[in-house]
Write a protein of this length. Structure first.
Length: 195
């Protein structure tokens, strides 16, 4: 489920960027794979960019009276990165033409507008925005760079069982008996449900 949610987050943000809803071009929307560990300077060329990563989960709590169902909180993070030759302040606030040089604050607002209260078509609680943190706000060579991260909180229902997983209920048979009932079905329907 974690990979499915991360992929849905990326796809949702890619769609928002491709539709022009942001008003500026984002060069990359991708899963974060430790790119900053290899060196921020190499990544700066791909700014403005957005990354998505799984940040962790909380302790599951029982759901209802069933011992096999639990609610598990999950935390994802989106990161936005911008650069500017004008200075570190402009990496946060944007250039004189914000749609050509978006600032990190604008990108944070736009990602929040795109994701807040979304379930991405999955069986999850709607995404709630969480804490925002500064990852980088520095100067590299002749460019200033800003990278901010925002947490996203959701929950999923875990279904745990002691035995083998039961197959999904995919068919329903209905028998109709007219009055007076002679014990034999007068009509039958067999409904096949979509998984």
């Amino acid at each position: 489920m974690i990979a499915e949610i991360e992929n849905a987050l990326i796809a949702h943000l890619q769609t928002a960027c491709a539709s022009g809803a942001l008003g500026y071009t984002v060069r990359e929307v991708a899963s974060y794979g430790g790119e900053f560990d290899e060196g921020l300077l190499a990544e700066v060329r791909r700014f403005p960019a957005i990354w998505v990563a799984f940040a962790g989960s909380g302790r599951p709590v029982p759901y209802g009276t069933s011992k096999g169902r639990w609610i598990k909180p999950l935390v994802f993070v989106t990161m936005v990165g911008t650069r500017s030759i004008r200075g570190e302040r402009q990496t946060r606030l944007g250039g004189p033409v914000p749609l050509e040089e978006p600032g990190a604050y604008q990108m944070l607002d736009d990602v929040e507008a795109a994701l807040a209260n979304q379930d991405l078509g999955l069986a999850i609680d709607r995404l709630l925005p969480g804490a925002v943190r500064t990852l980088f706000n520095t100067r590299l060579n002749q460019e200033a760079v800003a990278v901010f991260a925002q947490e996203w909180h959701t929950k999923v229902v875990l279904v745990l069982s002691d035995g083998p997983r039961q197959p999904d209920w995919l068919r329903l048979g209905i028998r109709y008996h007219l009055t007076p009932d002679d014990g034999l079905a007068d009509a039958e329907d067999l409904l096949t449900l979509q998984p």
